[in-house]
Write a protein that binds this ligand. Sequence first.
Ligand SMILES: Cc1cc2nc3c(=O)[nH]c(=O)nc-3n(C[C@H](O)[C@H](O)[C@H](O)COP(=O)(O)OP(=O)(O)OC[C@H]3O[C@@H](n4cnc5c(N)ncnc54)[C@H](O)[C@@H]3O)c2cc1C
Length: 274
Amino acid sequence: MIALLKKLQPRLYSISSSPKAHPGQVHLCVGVVRYDSLGRSRKGVCSTFLAERVPTGGAVSGFVHHNKNFRPSANPDAPMLMVGPGTGIAPFRAFLEERRATGAKGKNWLFFGDQRGATDFLFREELEAMQRDGTLTRLDLAFSRDQAEKIYVQTRMLEHAQELYAWLEEGGGFYVCGDASRMAKDVDAAPHQVIQTAGGKTAEETTAYVAALKKDKRYQRDVYCGPCQRLAAAVRGARQITISSDPPATRRLQAAGTGSGAAPLITAPNTARA
Ligand SMILES: Cc1cc2nc3c(=O)[nH]c(=O)nc-3n(C[C@H](O)[C@H](O)[C@H](O)COP(=O)(O)OP(=O)(O)OC[C@H]3O[C@@H](n4cnc5c(N)ncnc54)[C@H](O)[C@@H]3O)c2cc1C
């Protein structure tokens, strides 16, 4: 029976740390998948494995999958606008750490949101510290269930359309990351609206503006859903990674050795500058 089953597919997780800030480590920010279906409680395979079953000091098998199309601006002086609801914040924590570690002077603006501020404000202390030390120029938050009316990251983006457009005009890059199933399509529509209204452009001019941003790699998206089906080669090159912190904090995975990895699950961070 087991032989009939398809092999488990790798799960990808954005690296949420800069190697310059945490040499030899990769940090992940994993949302644990739990839901009820057909009268039973279900658990996501990999996310609950990482959160509940791997002990501190235990090992998982992982590999790095590079994403050439999602990385911080090569220009340290260029402003960066980052939109990362939920676990979509992961690469932006890494981008901010990278900018702080390299002394990049460009302004940084993060839009973050989730359901409730009291329980879902990921990396709160770190982000507040980054605001204090000047790494994070602006932080706009949207917790949808903290008030009667639903407020999302795109609501905040539209509220600040004029300033957001000014940052783009200064050469800023626009980055979006997150889980497609939990992120409203409007997140993608928002920049178009911002450019059209704040920039006073027609629909055609807006399309051309966004196309130019994409061409210059100033509009980058890492929007994901579901396990990855096409990483067999990377899986074969997987190495053993030691878990070095307890949940529920971001678990730190410390590279240790190069074994081929017998662990059934693969966690594969991407998006960091490696
Ligand atoms: C490029 C990329 C980057 C990613 N980065 C991150 C990241 O930084 N952090 C992060 O947490 N995740 C990230 N993911 C998602 C991650 O790879 C996994 O898909 C996620 O953790 C779920 O894996 P799992 O094994 O726990 O769940 P699985 O066992 O794969 O179960 C998930 C599946 O369960 C079903 N399901 C889930 N919820 C429900 C529901 N409410 N009702 C019915 N069915 C449901 C869906 O079919 C879903 O596909 C990323 C994905 C990609 C492709």
